[in-house]
Design a protein. Structure first.
Length: 278
């Protein structure tokens, strides 16, 4: 009887689980499996030629390198922005808080065009950078700017609730024991925020790796210089090179999955470690 009552805590669990698995298979698992099945039929030599050509390898380095760097930049500035929104009151605070979600609502193509207009040589910002020989638009630096723009909300919205729930009594206790502000942040606040920061980093990185619309307008799309991997896939599809496109896509899937698995494992480790310390 106790077992039967325990099962009734979640009514319809079997049906719900079946629907969830079916939905997940149709939306995620089957499309991803199709990529690997298509790749498996190419043959090892053909796959290597398609996935490791110099132009494709250059796009890998740019896409993954810029995505990791953009996510790291967003961790720093996203934390500062979330800290300011939670800990301080200032005029226009609600407006700033609303603007953080703008990259979520703004179409990616519109974001790319706007960033290009701002950072071009005659743009509002680019005209002041040009005398210093700093060119943002149509360079890898422009790609980094676009990826930082679209990834910032993930860090802020992940860290902000943790900061709001963080009890100030722990900081006050550390200060009463003689800890400096830096020591209080490093030993009290940062361990609590670290899992959220890693989660935001993973989300920002995942979004940046697959970003297309906001990047192609500001990148310049110069082969071997500013050509991202998603553009390589689109180019191969337009040339009816479906096998080459799936080969490149499968490499991106595997590398992205490995990186996200490492980040999530690190996040779980930090969560357990902070839990034991508490």
């Amino acid at each position: 009887m106790a077992y039967a009552r325990a099962r009734r805590v979640l009514p319809g669990f079997g049906l719900s689980l079946g629907f969830t698995l079916a939905y997940l298979s149709l939306i995620v698992l089957i499309p991803l499996s199709a990529v690997f099945i298509k790749t498996a039929g190419m043959g090892w030599e053909h796959f290597l030629n398609a996935a490791t050509s110099p132009r494709v390898v250059a796009s890998y380095k740019l896409s993954f390198g810029a995505s990791l760097l953009a996510a790291a930049i967003n961790v720093v500035f996203g934390l500062l922005l979330a800290w300011g929104l939670v800990r301080y009151t200032f005029p226009g605070k609600k407006l700033v808080d609303a603007l953080i979600d703008l990259p979520f609502a703004l179409p990616t193509a519109v974001a790319g065009i706007a960033l290009t207009a701002l950072y071009a040589k005659n743009g509002w910002i680019g005209q002041y950078l040009d005398p210093f020989a700093i060119q943002v638009a149509f360079t890898p630096l422009g790609i980094l700017v676009a990826l930082v723009f679209i990834g910032l909300p993930f860090i802020v919205r992940t860290v902000q609730p943790i900061l709001e729930d963080l009890d100030a009594e722990f900081e006050e206790a550390a200060a009463s024991l003689g800890a400096s502000r830096l020591q209080t942040f490093r030993r009290v606040v940062f361990p609590t925020l670290l899992p959220a920061l890693l989660t935001g980093f993973a989300l920002a990185f995942a979004r940046a790796v697959g970003e297309y619309g906001s990047v192609i307008f500001i990148a310049g799309n110069i082969p071997m210089v500013s050509e991202i991997t998603p553009l390589m896939i689109i180019t191969k599809l337009e040339q009816y090179d479906y096998e080459g496109a799936t080969a490149v896509a499968s490499v991106m899937l595997v590398v992205s999955f490995i990186l996200l698995l490492v980040i999530n494992g690190l996040q779980a480790w930090t969560s357990r470690r902070s839990g034991r310390e508490i």
